[in-house]
Structure formats: C-alpha cells, structure tokens
Design a protein around this ligand. Structure first.
Ligand code: AMP
Length: 497
C-alpha cells in the first residue's frame, strides 16, 4: 500500500516524501481512513509504531479541508503525558505540515510560560500540551479551548500512571462535546477503557501489535522453574484435560520440536508450528488446531503471528521471550473476542532479566505460582534419549493452579519510577527546564524545530539461541531486522525519568 491510496492531499504526500516514508505502517493504514472520515478512534498502539503520523496526518488534512470557525483559535488539542513526547509530537506536526497553512505550538511545564503565552496570543491552530501546563495556562486565561474541533489523547495509560487522569477529564469538559476524539494507549487497563468510553463516541477500534498485556480477562502467572524441569512441568499442566486449547511458545524451532516429542512420550499429542516446516505442514497444523483436532500447538513466534484462533484457553510461555513486547503479543492469542484466558510463563534462572523486562513493560508483577510437588513421574525428562521413558497414563494428582495461583515472595518489585518518587499527582517530566519549541508555517518569525531523525531505525532484532529470529510480528523481520514500528518502547528510565 502507498500513502496515495489513503487519499491524503498533495502537500502531505510531499512532506512524507521529504521524510522518506514510502509505505504506511499498519497503524497508519488502519487509523488514517476513519480519522479522515471524521470518526472517533480508539487506538491501541505503542510509540514506535508510527502512531504519531497515524493521527497527525489525517488531523492536518481535516483541519486544512474544513474552515475553522474563528481565525487564530485552537482547533486541535493534543495531550501528551510527558514533555518529551509533546516535543516529539510537535516536531512531527511541524514536519508533516510543511506545505500547509497551519500554525502550531507546544506547551509544557518546567520552563517559563512567557514565550508560550506570546505564541498563543499570535494564534495557533494546533496545540500540543502536557495537561499540567495546559491547565495553568487555561487558569490564567492565556488560552481558550472552546473552539477545539479535534482532541487527541496520546499515551493515555501513561497519563494515568502520572496522575493526570483528573486533569484530562477536566480538560475534556472544557472542549465542545461536538468534536472528534482520537484516543491512543499502549495498554488498555479497565480505568483507561472507562476513560475512553466516557470521551469517545462510537469509536473505530484500531490495534496494532497485540491487545494489551493488561487486558483484564487474561489471568497471568509465572512458574519459577529450572530449565530441566520445564518439560515435566508442561506435561504436568497439560495433563489437565480442562485445558481446551493451548498454545505453547518456545524460543526456537528445535525447542518446539523437542517439546512436541517430550509430550508425545506421555501420550499428549501436540503439533509444532515453526519456520522450518513447509507451508503445507504449517497450514495443516494450524487447521488441526483451529478445528480442535489438535489440542496443543507448540509454536515459535515467527510462525505464530498469523494465528487467530478465537478460543485458545491457555498460552504457555515455555521460554520467555527476550523482547518484552513479544510476551504481550503471545498472551494476546488467548482471551480473544472478549473471552477469558490464562497465560503461564515458565522462567528459569537465566530468564529472570526477561521477566523483569516483561513486568516493566506491562507494569504488573506476575503472580508466582508455587511449583507443584514434583513426584517421581514429574522428574526431569531426559531430552537426549527419546523413547527411554515409559509413558504413564495416570494423570497427575495435581491440578494446575489456574484459578488463583498461590503467591510466593515476589521476585522483585518493579514499581514505576520506584525509588524516584514517581506516582505523584504532578508530572514528573515537567520539572526540568527545557527550551520551548514552536512551529509555524503561516505566521512568520517563529522558529521551526529541528526534526530529529530516527537514529535507531537500524536496530537489530534479537536472535534466538539457534539463530531463529524471535518476536517477529510483521513484515520486514525475516532477516533478524525488526521493522521500526515494532521496536521496543523506550524503557521508563530512558524516556520518562
Ligand atoms: P512514532 O510511533 O510515531 O513515534 O514513530 C516512530 C518512528 O517512525 C518515527 O521516527 C517516525 O518518524 C517514523 N515513521 C512514522 N511513520 C513512518 C513511515 N510510514 N515510514 C517510515 N518511517 C515512519
């Protein structure tokens, strides 16, 4: 697909060409058409997916094509939780609106508000703001929001983490109800869903990457287990016949085959799905799984991306993925279409850092399930001599702790901003001084911000132990290279400290 097919106007296409964008990213392809039609959008996407352009391009087009009611009034308000993101969004608007008669500015705390007020007095069409400073400026009557036609809420879940939700509700109440609202969040915990519900009207849902890890209908837990005991544990859990349809993820192709063989020895039939299989074998395995003929599918990430089976009851992360987002993607295979699901992770001592990364990303500590008592039958299965173990038909006495797994001492607390005094009601990021950025394409005299290039667009995708690319979820990743829109989100410490 090309941007032209999205019905974008010529000046915007020209700006995209200048930027070197050739094809829309998935979120852009999905979000731009409904936004151009004036629909509200609820977008589940992270930074790095190209979501800024996904809303900025159609917003620019909409306000260009529709005359504003009042010259110089703020027509678009973009709310950002942090000043860094606000600056980035402002720069994107500046770059994309090069050929348009559109003026904009960015306001955030921690710097003098004088230049911001001055800029606002000159009149702007688009205002990118952090909630705290916006409220301050509004209280000082330095701006009015009663002509806003489009409200964009970016990184709503971060807003919540930073204690901005009340401000956001107050700000939304200052904007005419007759408006277009675009709401983006990387995760969709219940509070965010309810905020979205209160702000959006009949939204189009747009989702790249997986549904949120925080999807409340997925019960998540982790077993701290030695590498050698993983097959036994899996076999033990899968002996529970109430597990209707389970997807087991391994990091490698060989690992997937090994798990299948191990299970087979215990007469638990499973099929493997990975990149070494022929297309025919892959399709067969998948359709057997979909039809229910195969209860257990063991897959690597590279093969799993097309899996869209509605009633997968359990996802097992036999190996923890190195890329935290991959975990989110994997567990999103269960609990689809409003169903509930269970996701178990197996974490060995070498995977603890992966677990920490996952917990940081999902902002949640996984419950630790006590290991079942390893009876003699559950002792580690030798992996090198297939067939030497005598299959046992008796199911283990122990059911998996799928409902309310017991809790041990947590491995570690990964609170947001832990130790840095995060979680207060004021924005953490508005404290330090930073120069104000403005952009303007119509009024003279304002300085155009420098647009920062995407310096890490060539980052390498991690490789698994046997060389298979892990965590691939889309085009462009066949050679271990991760498309830029799937790059890991910046860590909290890096970007939101
Ligand atoms: P974002 O998710 O909005 O932070 O965007 C991530 C990066 O992708 C930014 O550096 C954008 O400039 C870049 N980008 C956005 N859309 C495209 C595209 N269609 N083609 C190439 N790069 C893009």
């Amino acid at each position: 697909m090309h941007f032209k097919e999205l019905n974008l106007i010529e000046p915007i296409l020209a700006a995209l060409k200048t930027k070197g964008y050739e094809v829309p990213t998935p979120i852009q392809a999905a979000a731009i058409p409904p936004i151009l039609l004036g629909r509200d959008v609820l977008g589940c996407a992270q930074t790095g997916t190209g979501k800024t352009a996904a809303f900025a391009l159609p917003v620019l087009q909409n306000i260009t094509q529709k005359q504003g009611t009042k010259q110089g009034a703020i027509r678009v308000l973009v709310l950002s939780p942090t000043r860094e993101l606000a600056v980035q969004i402002g720069e994107s608007f500046a770059a994309y609106s090069k050929g348009l008669k559109v003026r904009g500015t960015t306001v955030f705390g921690g710097v003098s508000d004088m230049p911001q007020k001055q800029k606002l007095r000159q009149g702007v069409d688009i205002l990118v703001a952090t909630p705290g400073r916006l409220m301050d400026l509004h209280a000082q009557r330095a701006l009015s929001l009663d002509k806003v036609e489009i409200l964009v809420l970016d990184e709503a879940d971060r807003m919540m983490d930073m204690g901005f939700i009340h401000d956001v509700r107050k700000i939304a109440a200052l904007i005419p109800a007759q408006r277009q609202t675009l709401f983006f969040s990387a995760t969709m915990p219940p509070e965010i869903r309810s905020l979205a519900k209160s702000l959006l009207r009949d939204p189009v849902n747009v989702e790249v990457a997986p549904v949120s890890a925080a999807a409340n209908n997925i019960e998540q837990a982790v077993y701290m287990v030695s590498r050698n005991s993983k097959p036994s544990l899996l076999r033990h859990l899968l002996s529970d016949t109430s597990i209707r349809r389970a997807l087991v993820f391994t990091r490698t192709k060989h690992g997937a085959d090994r798990v299948c063989k191990t299970l087979e020895r215990y007469r638990i039939f499973a099929e493997a799905l990975h990149g070494n299989k022929t297309q025919g074998a892959r399709q067969r395995a998948l359709s057997n799984f979909k039809s229910g003929q195969t209860r257990i599918l063991v897959a690597t990430d590279i093969a799993s991306r097309g899996i869209d089976v509605t009633d997968i009851s359990h996802v097992f992360n036999f190996d923890l993925p190195e890329v935290p987002e991959t975990y989110v993607h994997r567990i999103g295979r269960t609990a689809r279409a409003g169903a509930s699901g269970i996701a178990y992770a197996f974490c060995d001592s070498e995977e603890r850092s992966y677990l920490r990364g996952i917990e940081r990303l999902i902002r949640q500590q996984l419950k630790i399930v006590p290991l079942p008592v390893l009876e003699e039958t559950l002792a580690p299965i030798p992996q090198s001599e297939p067939g030497t173990m005598r299959p046992r038909s008796a199911a283990p006495s122990h059911r998996p702790a799928s409902s309310g797994p017991g809790r041990r001492e947590p491995v570690r607390a990964y609170g947001h901003g832990g130790g840095h005094g995060g979680g207060g009601s004021r924005p953490r990021s508005e404290g330090a001084a930073r120069p104000q950025r403005t952009y303007s394409n119509a009024a003279g005299g304002s300085s155009r911000p420098r647009f920062e290039s995407d310096s890490n667009s060539d980052s390498q995708r991690p490789q698994s132990r046997d060389g298979e690319t892990v965590g691939s979820q889309g085009q462009g990743s066949q050679h271990g290279r991760k498309p830029f829109w799937q790059k890991s989100r910046p860590t909290a410490g890096k970007r939101y400290s």
